[in-house]
Write a protein that binds this ligand. Sequence first.
Ligand code: ADE
Length: 228
Amino acid sequence: MRLGIISALAEEQHGLIEALESPFKHFYGMREYTAGKLWEIDAVCVLSRIGKVAAAMTAAILVEKFGVTHIVFTGVAGSGDKNVTVGDIVVAEQLIQHDFDASPLFPRFEIPLTGLSQFATDVHLTDRLAAAAAPVTRVHRGLIASGDQFIGKPGQIQALKAAIPSVLAVEMEGAAVAQVCFELGIPFAVIRTISDNANDDAAVDFMHFIKTVASRYAFEVIYNFCKS
Ligand code: ADE
């Protein structure tokens, strides 16, 4: 296994790059890819920055240029469900691009020519990540929705839930990585710590959380994952 680890922001991957043994840095396409050994696992860590295009670009480069065989995305997300609270972890079983709409040519949310509106994560990686997260905090598994929008304006999360009721968490990258990995045949998983409730307070909660809990959780879960 050569594992690609992506996060959007530095805080979401805090400590992992420092934990890489014999790190080797490559700069490509305006991003820094750091390869090395992460607790015995051959790994490449990179920050995608925010958004679906940035994440898709990063995932494709990890596979095509850096030869990763598996990808894990780790970061934070807004809650999409009343039972999912700040500090919980959501491990994706499926991902959907909630802002994708090529109707009437294709059904809303369907990615043209794949016939799919949701992409499933790899079962083994997902089980292993969920097991790694269980000692850290409460873990949920299910649908994560991604789009090029920070969800925090009045009515936004309600509209999204009306369209996709089973959403557990909202973020801005996971489903893009899912599509790239599906098309390239790469097993992948997505893990998100809930930083906010995707409501009026989301931006403030997000900024606070990302500086405090997010980095610690990401580190603990990936440590447990690599050791498992
Ligand atoms: N990531 C963390 N919180 C988010 C939110 N409310 N909307 C989109 N992405 C997020």
